[in-house]
Design a protein around this ligand. Structure first.
Ligand code: SAH
Length: 182
């Protein structure tokens, strides 16, 4: 076995990425404290070609050295914007027909183990602060919560890891249903 070279991976360049169609998912970061987590979200959002990343509240914005360390350039490809107010972003997206999902340990919740995303509808996924989770005000606005099941000793996952899991699952389900999407 040999490892694939970067050339063989044949990735999109920046312009082709901007023009390419995206999966109908917007990611909202609600008060994320760690810049390396924010950078990780950029990298994952690039990989799975999502529509937009919305950085809310205390979430830091590019350009920033610490974000760059984990984003590795994805701040130049992923469409992003900043909003001080997460609820305002939710209201705006809901007005445009988005389904609003809080990715959180909450009751009641949908279990990611069995959840089928309805991606015929654009969807916003919200992730919360490393210590406090998604704020209560925001939890009161979501259509429902999705929880990633865990079987170990720790209460929760790192937020950027949760992002990787959720975005992989939505990307996988979208591609399985849209076989011609590239
Ligand atoms: N909610 C925890 C800590 C937050 S973990 C607490 O209050 O103690 C940071 C963020 O990661 C959460 O807001 C959520 O978006 C995500 N997260 C972590 N583990 C998760 C899980 N098992 N299911 C869903 N989301 C999770």
């Amino acid at each position: 076995m040999r490892k694939t070279s970067n050339d063989e991976l044949d990735r999109l360049d920046q312009n082709s990425f901007c023009e390419a169609n995206k999966i109908p998912v917007v990611v909202i970061l609600d008060n994320i404290r760690s810049q390396s987590n924010i950078g990780s979200f950029f990298r994952t959002c690039d990989a799975f070609r999502i529509e937009e990343l919305v950085l809310c509240g205390i979430t830091a914005t590019p350009p920033h050295r610490e974000i760059q360390k984990t984003a590795l350039g994805a701040t130049e490809t992923v469409a992003w914007r900043y909003s001080p107010d997460t609820v305002e972003v939710i209201d705006e997206l809901r007005g445009k027909g988005y389904l609003i999902i809080g990715v959180e340990q909450a009751e009641p919740h949908q279990d990611l183990l069995v959840h089928e995303f309805d991606l015929s509808r654009p969807t916003a996924l919200i992730f919360g602060n490393e210590v406090d989770g998604i704020s209560e005000e925001v939890m009161n606005c979501v259509d429902f919560a999705i929880e990633i099941p865990q079987s170990g000793t720790k209460h929760s996952l790192n937020v950027a890891v949760s992002g990787g899991i959720l975005l992989w699952e939505t990307y996988k389900q979208y591609r399985m249903k849209n076989k011609n999407w590239r």
